[in-house]
Design a protein around this ligand. Sequence first.
Ligand code: ZN
Length: 246
Amino acid sequence: MPRAATCLFAAPSPAWQAYSRLRRGLQRLAEDLYLLRGFPPYAINEYLAEDVLIDAGSRHAAGRILRQLAGRDVSAHALTHAHGDHQGSSHEICQKLDLPLWCGELDAPAVEDGRILERMPRHPITAVFGRAFPGPPHPVARRLHEGDVVAGFQVLDTPGHSAGHISFWRESDRTLICGDVFTNIDTITGLPGLHEPRSFFTPDPARNRQSMRRLAELEPALVCFGHGRPLRDPGQLSALVARLKD
Ligand SMILES: [Zn+2]
């Protein structure tokens, strides 16, 4: 544990501030939807929707996620897609909490054989992240399809960033969990801002742009990303999509 400031008038150290943020628990975004605290904040996001954990960070995130889920009712774990920064801790968390793992049907082979990097574009940066983040393979208990319902959200097929990428849409309050179809941070520089995902992490960028257009047409009131702060301005999605070339 980082040491707290011992003098009442001294500012807490950055390490203590970061530790305090982590201890504050989940951030409520909407009814039955919480964002887990990450470090750096919003760099890699996981969500608790009702009793379903959505995404599980890199393989270094299990301790942080398990601490935040302690005492909470969690009955399943779902993935937006089978990339290492989302499935990295899936195996450990599913084992420790005895959870079934669910993902889009076309991403199930990658989750089950663990050969994630070879399904991504060949690029030096992809190779670095592709080796540092993924976790062990894990059996998929349920293959999700368009129209399935998970924790009150409808599953949407949104391929491109991975073959079986899915998003979660709750029409009643227009809340969208979009995985990496969009990112609300530059995933290399860490600067905030709405982007299409980097092409060297995206096997089929043209297909992902189709998914971006589809999700922008929903005009969500709240968008929850795999990377970046939640967004409550649907006009930003439409404006980005309007600038796409193909
Ligand atoms: Zn990602």
